[in-house]
Design a protein around this ligand. Structure first.
Ligand code: CA
Length: 250
């Protein structure tokens, strides 16, 4: 299994509030992408705290698990991250309201288990196509679900950045879990909306498949988002099944 991650601030933002972590686990890979929000340094801090807390909680628990508890571990890891950020903001007034999206996954040899809160996404990519595995917790997604917007209208909607769930903004958070089969040649992409806002799904598919390895895939995706003039931070983590090689795990 080969993995790589890349995050770029982009020319329009004062700081990069996106964070990612990739850590190799006993059998497989654990990865997470967070997209923070909040004034002062709150957004950056929230995404860092969430990614760190999620990764350390999951790593310890996965070490002790045979795979049957992956779903519980991911949910609890999100709950732990939520609690950590919420309590910090509660104790430090200047950080009030800070929060972050989170999309994370445990990538086992035969399957991937994903967890998400907010509008960062996970995709499964193969020769056969691209599947969005997670569902955004966003205002425009709710409007699409209610039949008020088409997907195309949602992409251009002025309030497309409003998320309806975040990690750290409330005492409790509900996360969603998604499972996908995985086999050699499958590629998983975790990313922030700075990428998906600028690059549409068919192109994510094309760029990822055309790249010779995970690092090139991340570079191609992020470069394309920046070339399109994304006004946001952009982050991609790519996991490719069936290749043995080093990665840039943090
Ligand atoms: Ca963003």
């Amino acid at each position: 299994m080969e993995s790589y991650g890349l995050s770029e601030q982009g020319p329009y933002r004062a700081e990069n509030q996106d964070t990612f972590r990739i850590s190799p686990e006993g059998i497989g890979v654990l990865a997470v992408v967070c997209d923070g929000m909040g004034g002062a340094a709150g957004g950056r801090l929230a995404s860092d705290m969430a990614a760190e807390s999620f990764t350390s909680f999951s790593s310890i628990s996965l070490e002790l698990s045979d795979g049957s508890e992956d779903e519980d571990i991911l949910r609890l890891a999100v709950t732990a991250a939520n609690r950590k950020i919420y309590e910090f903001a509660y104790d430090n007034e200047e950080y009030a309201g800070m929060g972050t999206t989170l999309v994370g996954g445990v990538f086992r040899p035969d399957r991937a288990l994903l967890v998400n809160v907010g509008d960062s996404r996970a995709y499964r990519i193969s020769r056969d196509g691209i599947t969005r595995l997670t569902k955004d917790h966003s205002l425009v997604q709710q409007m699409v679900d209610a039949g008020e917007l088409t997907y195309e209208q949602a992409r251009r909607h002025p309030r497309r950045n409003i998320i309806t769930r975040a990690v750290g903004t409330e005492p409790f958070v509900t996360s969603d879990i998604f499972e996908a089969p995985a086999r050699e040649g499958d590629i998983f992409l975790l990313c922030s909306d700075g990428l998906t806002g600028a690059v549409e799904d068919p192109e994510l598919h094309r760029l990822t498949l055309a790249a010779p390895d995970a690092e090139s895939a991340c570079r191609a995706l992020i470069d394309t988002a920046l070339a399109r003039g994304t006004r946001d931070n952009a982050t991609a983590v790519v996991i490719i099944y069936g290749k043995e090689s080093a990665d840039n795990a943090e």
